[in-house]
Design a protein around this ligand. Structure first.
Ligand code: NDP
Length: 313
């Protein structure tokens, strides 16, 4: 296995990772970034980003991520397509942290910035998993186009589900929205929006019993969790919008996490429990989860890494 020694390894390529890369490369830490399986992160699955400061007309997610990459590369960040498949973090101050890339290359890094983000959750039904890619999707903005003029359903009642339901309503013939409680979690503004769209039907106290179809989604069996009553509808697409899971599996046993797997950082810093290992973005934030807050913590992680290296020279 080939071994490469670097100052700063950045794992993950969303707004947190790229902002860390911009700051780290300007501070001459010569960062190497591994993008992970979804280069650009979750924003590449969005269309318009209207709430990132500095874009008065909004910007589409993929374009924003390309621009962030270009900005990081302008200062010398090396962006590599690849997955970090395992890590071995040192407990020592000035210790060397090891990371294996795609099970074949070993990186030895003085500092590591983790910005691996979070991934969409699924319901866990066998029929749902079998039909992923065959009509079951966790990203309306990525896949909604394929269901133009058709009937679809969406599960979830948070802001994501509400936003995606209204997005789908624009493209599709009818959107059935399944809400498991008698009210939505989404903000009042988003609730108002979905309530005012004619081709969205909201079903409260309703859950997915089974996704119907062999190779592709053909329908949905729903169950009312108050009455037990079941109902089938014909749909061609099911969108799952029930929240996210932090991408921290490879850090288990090495880094402190909360009960749902989010990395724990110390106080106001991005420091993890290992010296020289920092965490930024959604991987350590289940509360705000915005591009701009991720970018902010990415900046903090690079500054924390720079100070750590300076104090240890
Ligand atoms: P949330 O965790 O806020 O909501 C998840 C939703 O899925 C909840 O309504 C939950 O139901 C439901 N759910 C969870 N598990 C199941 C299940 N097994 N079956 C059925 N329903 C289920 O996630 P979001 O992705 O919606 O939002 C994440 C964060 O991002 C939030 O803070 C949100 O405000 C923010 N956000 C903001 C946006 C904006 O401002 N434009 C856009 C999108 C997200 P229950 O309510 O019963 O727990």
């Amino acid at each position: 296995m080939s071994v490469e020694r670097i100052k700063t390894l950045i794992i993950g390529s969303g707004p947190a990772g790229y902002t860390a890369a911009i700051y780290a490369s300007r501070a001459d830490l010569k960062p190497v970034m591994y993008t992970g399986m979804e280069p650009g992160g979750q924003l590449t699955t969005t269309t318009e980003v209207d709430n990132f400061p500095g874009y008065p007309e909004g910007i589409d997610g993929p374009t924003m991520m390309v621009q962030l990459q270009q900005q990081a590369e302008r200062f010398g960040t090396e962006v590599r397509i690849g997955m970090i498949t395992s890590v071995e973090f040192s407990d020592e101050v000035r210790g060397i942290h090891k990371a294996i890339v795609d099970n074949k290359t070993e990186i030895e890094a003085e500092t590591v910035i983790i910005s691996t983000g979070a991934t969409a959750r699924y319901l866990g039904l066998e029929s749902e998993q079998r039909l992923r890619g065959g009509g079951v999707s966790a990203c309306a903005v990525c896949d909604g186009f394929f269901y133009r003029g058709q009937d679809v359903a969406i599960v979830g009642a948070g802001d994501t589900a509400a936003e995606e339901a209204s997005y789908l309503a624009n493209i599709c013939n009818k959107v059935t929205m399944l809400v498991r409680r008698d009210e939505m979690r989404a903000s009042k503004a988003m609730q108002h929006r979905v309530n005012s769209i004619e081709n969205i039907e909201i079903k409260y106290n309703t859950e997915v019993d089974e996704v119907l179809g062999d190779q592709v989604v053909e329908g949905l069996r729903m169950v009312n969790n108050q009455t037990g009553e079941k109902e089938e509808i014909a749909i061609t697409g099911l969108f799952v919008a029930i929240g996210h899971k932090p991408n921290t599996d490879i850090f288990k046993g090495q880094l402190d996490m909360d009960e749902t797997g989010y990395l724990i950082t110390q106080g106001k810093s991005t420091k993890t429990n290992k010296p020289g290992v920092f965490a930024a973005g959604d991987v350590q934030d289940k509360e705000y989860r915005q591009a701009v807050t991720a970018a902010g913590t990415g900046c903090m992680a690079a500054l924390d890494a720079e100070r750590y290296l300076a104090s240890n020279e």
